[in-house]
Ligand binder design. Structure first.
Ligand code: AMP
Ligand code: MG
Length: 390
């Protein structure tokens, strides 16, 4: 059995980024940039008007003759004299001679001249060329997550393909004779299988959408065969249940027989003690406890950072938050505790129902309060550390 800190270190040290792949920008949402991206153009590519109005050369003069028009998409080489302005629209090319745009609301306009009622300062309403980025400048460094805005930025620079890290293929193996698929009739002695759906949902929150689920009974041969196939096809294998010390827990034995190297088994924590972590070549294997709350707790603590490492994130751990505890916690277990909790701007409440089987409390929690193994008594009003969850 190892401590939480050591387990985290082993997971981080063994989960390297996936290989790179070239990908179309419109398909790259949720991927992480693998190679520095440079801008092929300046943005904006030319001096642009930021308003609908009139472009002119700034002076003390208030009256100007209108000598042309520049609509978005136009490009004219018009030369402006000191007393001349052109009608201009948002996003349109600003003539080289003009330095200022007055918005139309601040002008009294006739057909062929304007009187500026409210004079803007010089350079107002003109977006300089390259205001957002210059040609050849860095758009994104490696390890940047591609959000919708990032995709938009790449597209506005005319970039259509980039190098990202591949997303890992994740396979889930669910074990248990007692499990029934939700939607089917629940027979006596059975329960609905929830871990695979829950873990798929948790994976989706970081953009892992396609996860194949394999299901086996508590049967040595079936476990062996399923493992063989799932290990071959995935970069990360998540197993639910069968990893404890019961007579029908076959997972660990079969993992080792299938050539998975054990990196650790059992962690000094509650819930979530019976967990196995191992690897076979580049494939990572997490055998999570079957109890749903333990399974999800360990998913957040260990699996998520590993998935993020594989995806190429530089920050693999969510920033923790600190809040004032509004009750007392006693910990005489000698283990690290992860307590389902709800926090607000200032305080945190430990929820009723901390058993490793209980999802009712987890379902309304927004964080796990981390109680260090040697913190025997945390008093009401003390600050505690929370791992936020969503
Ligand atoms: P195990 O780790 O296989 O001994 O399972 C521990 C507990 O978790 C048992 O009460 C199981 O019925 C329950 N359990 C195991 N797998 C699942 C699952 N996929 N969905 C819901 N409950 C599960
Ligand atoms: Mg079981």
């Amino acid at each position: 059995m190892i401590e939480v800190k050591e387990a985290l270190e082993i997971v981080a040290a063994n989960s390297n980024a996936m290989p790179m792949q070239k990908i179309k920008v419109h398909k790259a949402l949720g991927h992480v940039v693998a190679e520095t991206i440079y801008s092929p153009i300046s943005m904006p590519p030319f001096r642009q008007s930021a308003m609908d109005g009139y472009a002119f050369t700034h002076s003390i003069r208030h009256q100007y003759d209108i000598v042309g028009i520049s609509q978005a998409g136009d490009h004219s080489n018009i030369k402006l004299k000191q007393n001349e302005a052109i009608r201009i629209f948002t996003g349109a090319y600003v003539p080289d001679d003009a330095d200022t745009v007055v918005m139309q609301e601040h002008v009294m306009a006739n057909t062929d001249s304007i009187l500026i009622a409210q004079m803007p300062e010089k350079n107002t309403n003109v977006r300089p060329k390259g205001e957002q980025i210059g040609k050849g400048d860095v758009v994104f460094e490696p390890n940047t997550l591609l959000t919708p805005a990032a995709i938009g930025f790449l597209a506005c620079l005319g970039i259509t393909e980039i190098e990202v890290y591949k997303k890992p293929k994740v396979g889930i193996l669910v074990t248990g004779n007692e499990l029934t698929e939700p939607g089917k009739k629940l027979k006596k002695g059975k329960i609905f299988e929830s871990n695979s759906i829950m873990i798929q949902a948790a994976l989706e929150t970081i953009g892992i959408k396609k996860t194949k689920v394999y299901r086996v009974k508590d049967n040595l041969k079936a476990t062996k065969n399923a493992l063989k196939s799932i290990l071959k096809k995935n970069d990360i294998v998540l197993i639910s249940g069968g990893i404890s010390v019961g007579d029908y827990d076959f997972v660990k034995e079969e993992l080792l027989k299938n050539g998975v190297e054990e990196l650790f088994y059992k962690i000094n924590q509650k819930p979530g003690k019976p967990m196995f972590f191992g690897s076979k070549k580049e494939t990572l294997v997490f055998a999570l406890p079957g109890n749903p709350a333990s399974s999800l707790t360990n998913f957040y603590i260990y699996v998520l950072p590993a998935v993020k490492n594989k995806m190429g994130f530089s920050e693999i751990h969510k920033p923790k938050v600190v809040r004032k505890l509004n009750a007392e916690i006693k910990n005489n277990t000698g283990k690290t505790l992860f307590l389902k909790a709800k926090y607000d701007e200032t305080d945190v409440t430990i929820l009723e129902g901390q058993s490793s089987a209980m999802l009712n409390s987890f379902a309304i929690a927004n964080g796990l309060v981390i109680v260090e193994q040697d913190a025997e008594n945390i008093k009401n009003g003390q600050l505690v550390t929370i791992l936020p969850i969503d």
